[in-house]
Ligand binder design. Structure first.
Ligand SMILES: [Ca+2]
Length: 154
């Protein structure tokens, strides 16, 4: 009976290890993702450099699953729902939002009402509210916000 319990525990632990991603040093597993929460508010460029220096990129919240995991991660790191930079800009062609670093265009972004606004003065993607289905807005890249890095699992 004891042996059976040990075997069951091992199988359980193995399952947990498979669910949680193995993450590079400095990042934390959240579901199948590896994230780093910013400790301070930074301008977009500084946030981008911070993530790059960690071997990662600004997180791109482009799937429902990733948004769900980001929401949990942000909550457990006391990052509020609004004013968080993510990896996307329309700095190259105004109005054309591309993901960083891939340059892919979005098939859809759930913009908040009246967004994206600001024209060429607002070229960096921020979340306005991560409740429900998430709503995004364009923000000035020179403003300073918290941000999340996304790292490849190892
Ligand atoms: Ca813009």
């Amino acid at each position: 009976m004891k042996t059976l319990a040990v075997i069951s525990l091992c199988i359980f632990v193995t399952c947990l290890q498979q669910i949680e991603a193995a993450c590079p040093t400095g990042s934390s597993a959240q579901g199948s993702y590896c994230f780093i929460a910013s400790k301070s508010e930074q301008k977009y460029t500084s946030a981008w450099i911070f993530c790059k220096a960690a071997g990662c990129n600004l997180a791109v919240p482009d799937t429902t699953d990733k948004r769900t995991q980001l929401k949990s991660f942000m909550s457990s790191n006391s990052i509020v729902d609004s004013n968080v930079f993510f990896g996307s800009v329309d700095a190259i062609v105004e109005g054309t939002w591309v993901k960083s670093p891939t340059g892919e265009t979005w098939s859809d972004i759930n913009w908040a009402t009246s967004e994206p606004s600001g024209g060429s003065n607002q070229n960096c993607l921020s979340v306005k509210s991560s409740t429900g289905t998430w709503e995004f807005e364009a923000k000035s890249c020179g403003s300073s916000y918290k941000f999340i890095c996304e790292c490849d699992a190892v």
